[in-house]
Design a protein around this ligand. Structure first.
Ligand SMILES: NC(=O)c1ccc[n+]([C@@H]2O[C@H](COP(=O)([O-])OP(=O)(O)OC[C@H]3O[C@@H](n4cnc5c(N)ncnc54)[C@H](OP(=O)(O)O)[C@@H]3O)[C@@H](O)[C@H]2O)c1
Length: 295
């Protein structure tokens, strides 16, 4: 297998038999407020998705729960028929309620229905990567995932899913999934200030499994730290650029899925992540996570 060349920061990573750019795009921000309903600027959302592909991004992260259906339908409208190099990663395991909540939906029949819904809204015969979303809004929860993950393995054997991953998972749940079938990725919350998964990332790197940090820029609460501002100021870069460059330098198995609804921010993030952080910058940035951990 040949790895496609890319000019994007971070180069490429191979998930199973899929080559992806390490700089990807997270589509959640394209839905309406609190990830419910359509975007205020439909044409702007379409333009952001097309620009992501134009910039060379070959990995888009989504879920049929965003909107619900909104981001998947935007992806289909903007990009279908999909270029062969583009890989859409989706997730199942939660649904949306009328209040915008994210109730768990991990019974086998619910997972099968969500896979069918993702296939329909994305206009695909098979999904490249499906993450089983675990836990809840408070984060990962310790519980067995066997029945849910086995259902996805069955769907993989039936050919409607190519590769599997887990999301919002404890290290024990990652290991439990790996005992049932191979995974190509883990998608958990991780950024400069939230580093609970440091050991997990290193373990997955050694196993050749990708790690996709969600909320790489802090999510709904943008990353704020005096150390981040100080390093950014010294390098004449934005805090967002430093946060993304840091993730790319943190470990080769980290794949970026920063979210934005803004054409300009997408371009800024791609350009900004090229930054090379020196050893002294890394030492200063490393303190942010440690301070958050004790504070
Ligand atoms: N597995 C899970 O449970 C889970 C949970 C959450 C998210 N996710 C995935 O992770 C992806 C990333 O997470 P996220 O989008 O919530 O959080 P994020 O990438 O950490 O941050 C997105 C926020 O940063 C802002 N932003 C982006 N670039 C910026 C820039 N250059 N300057 C200023 N502001 C900027 C965006 O606003 P603008 O729109 O104004 O740019 C948006 O408010 C999502 O798209 C989704 O695919 C997965």
């Amino acid at each position: 297998m040949t790895t496609l060349p890319t000019s994007l920061p971070g180069g490429t990573w191979t998930m199973g038999d899929l080559d992806v750019t390490r700089f990807g795009y997270g589509a959640m921000q394209l839905a309406g407020p609190w990830v419910m309903g359509p975007p205020a600027d439909h044409d702007g959302a379409i333009a952001v998705l097309r620009e992501a592909v134009e910039l060379g991004i070959t990995h888009i992260d989504t879920s049929d729960a965003y909107g619900p259906r909104v981001t998947n339908e935007l992806i289909r409208e903007a990009l279908h028929p999909y270029p062969g190099s583009l890989h859409v990663v989706t997730k199942v395991g939660a649904r949306r309620d009328d209040q915008g909540g994210w109730p768990t939906a991990r019974e086998p029949h619910e997972l099968r229905r969500q896979v069918e819904e993702n296939l329909a809204s994305l206009g695909l015969d098979a999904l490249d990567v499906v993450n089983l979303r675990l836990g809840n809004a408070e984060g990962p929860q310790p519980e067995s995932i066997a029945a849910a993950f086995e259902t996805l393995v069955e769907l993989q054997q039936q050919g409607v899913i190519r590769h599997l991953g887990v999301s919002n998972a404890t290290p024990e749940q990652v290991a439990e999934a790996q005992g049932i079938g191979p995974i190509v990725c883990v998608q958990n919350m991780y950024n400069l200030a939230h580093r609970a998964d440091d050991d997990l990332i290193d373990r997955l790197a050694a196993e050749g499994v990708a790690y996709m940090p969600f909320f790489p820029l802090g999510g709904f609460t943008p990353l704020q730290s005096s150390a981040l501002s100080s390093v950014a100021g010294r390098l004449d870069a934005s805090p967002m650029a430093v946060a993304l460059a840091w993730l790319l330098q943190r470990s080769p198995n980290i794949l970026l899925i920063p979210g934005t609804s803004s054409f300009a921010h997408l371009q800024e993030n791609v350009a900004g992540a090229r930054l090379t952080l020196a050893a002294e910058d890394l030492v200063e940035l490393d303190r942010i996570g440690r301070e958050q951990a004790v504070g």
